[in-house]
Design a binder for this molecule. Structure first.
Ligand code: SAH
Ligand code: SF4
Length: 378
């Protein structure tokens, strides 16, 4: 029985020293792993074996790779490491939600959350330290972008979660506790698409972590030109942070709307592969008292989303220190949901999870700041 500890557990272990220049094998695509091992004189079939040890068995020690000769194991250990982000703290909510503050080799930090349910668990993964954008109701949005996370740092978040639940080797799809990934942590994944795509392809590989694309949801604030690419390259479930039904309000909540307004966003959504079939796009809608929660807003939401195969996720606003909004009342949220449901769209109200440890939607943040003068490449 795990101890319930809203108080952070400090469990930092030091990274390997600065002079240790060995390369981390986590986060390399299959082809890159093959090429990297080839440079070290290893045959292509070794890459397949190493891949399975890293992502199917979850090992971090070459010495455990029993189908690889001792001498080759030694050579691998001289040149490479298999490394996850460091856990700075782990917090456990009274509702079972776990949050990890993770540190990367350069000292920057980001948060990862697991939200367990009866028969599944959704790991909420960050794509950036801070965020490129500044949505006014989002805590992460108050932390300017420090940098994009690299593929190893993105896959590594899921691997840390699996370590924490002891979920290695990869269990069958029906028995695993960590069954889903939502790219809904810190950052805007479509401003870091290449790294996110490399990471998610690793996660989807059947000889490794083996999470099917149907169990992965990528959420975007609406980087319209990148939406077709998500369909083409990853074809995972798409979620869109809509939060308002007209441009005037959305401009203030999700400032990227000034660049790509609602009409263009919905056009890109309508063209998303699978949106016309059984797979619906999720539109996230944070309920903000007196801002976007009227009956008229609900009716307008139905009107604009009806042409798209959509479902709506109503998120009671999660407060954070200094937030300029309040959550709509329960009655208001349920009346709003009723109108949207009556209009023919499914509109479940998301139960806030992990609020006691600031792990709920939009509450994630880390202390990392951009070094003075450091330029951010977008
Ligand atoms: N940057 C991406 C991924 C983050 S997902 C995006 O914006 O889609 C996190 C979700 O929680 C988004 O839908 C976001 O708009 C929403 N959110 C942010 N702050 C929130 C808050 N305080 N309360 C409820 N939802 C919030
Ligand atoms: Fe960034 Fe998403 Fe928060 Fe907006 S809602 S600031 S895009 S993390």
């Amino acid at each position: 029985m795990p101890v319930l500890t809203p108080e952070p557990l400090q469990i930092v272990e030091p990274f390997r020293g600065r002079n240790d220049t060995r390369r981390n094998l986590v986060g390399l695509s299959r082809d890159a792993l093959k090429a990297t091992l080839a440079e070290a004189g290893l045959e292509p079939f070794r890459a397949r074996q190493v891949w399975q040890w890293i992502y199917w068995h979850g090992v971090t020690d070459f010495g455990l790779m029993t189908n690889i000769a001792k001498k080759t194991q030694g050579r691998l250990a001289e040149l490479f490491v298999i490394e996850r982000p460091q856990i700075v703290t782990e917090q456990r909510s009274v509702d079972g939600t776990r949050k990890w503050l993770l540190r990367f080799p350069d000292g920057n930090e980001a948060e990862t959350v697991n939200i367990p349910e009866e028969d599944r668990g959704s790991v909420c993964i960050s794509s950036q330290v801070g965020c490129t954008l500044t949505c006014s109701f989002c805590h992460t949005g108050t932390q300017p972008l420090v940098r994009n996370l690299t593929p190893d740092e993105i896959v590594g978040q899921f691997m840390v979660a699996r370590d924490s639940y002891g979920e290695w080797p990869t269990p069958t799809e029906t028995t695993r506790m960590l069954s889903n990934i939502v790219m809904m942590g810190m950052g805007e994944p479509l401003y870091n698409f290449d790294n996110v795509a490399t990471a998610l392809k690793i996660v989807m590989d059947e000889q490794g972590i083996a999470l099917s694309r149907r169990r992965i949801t990528l959420s975007t604030s609406g980087v319209v030109p990148m939406i077709p690419k998500v369909g083409e390259v990853l074809d995972v479930n798409l979620a869109v942070s809509l939060h308002a039904v007209n441009d005037e309000v959305r401009d203030t909540l999700v400032p990227i709307n000034r660049k790509w307004p609602i009409k263009e966003l919905l056009k890109a959504c309508a063209a998303y592969p699978g949106a016309r079939n059984s797979r619906r796009i999720t539109f996230e809608y944070a309920m903000l008292k007196g801002v976007n929660d009227s009956d008229a807003d609900a009716r307008e939401l139905v009107r604009i989303l009806t042409p798209i195969h959509a479902k709506v996720n109503l998120i009671p606003f999660n407060p954070w220190p200094g937030a300029p909004y309040e959550c709509s009342s329960n009655n208001r949220i349920h009346r709003f949901a009723e109108i949207v449901n009556d209009g023919g769209l499914s509109a479940p109200v998301r139960t806030p999870r992990g609020r006691d440890i600031s792990a709920a939607c939009g509450q994630l943040k880390s202390e990392s700041v951009r070094a003075k003068g450091q330029r951010v490449r977008l």
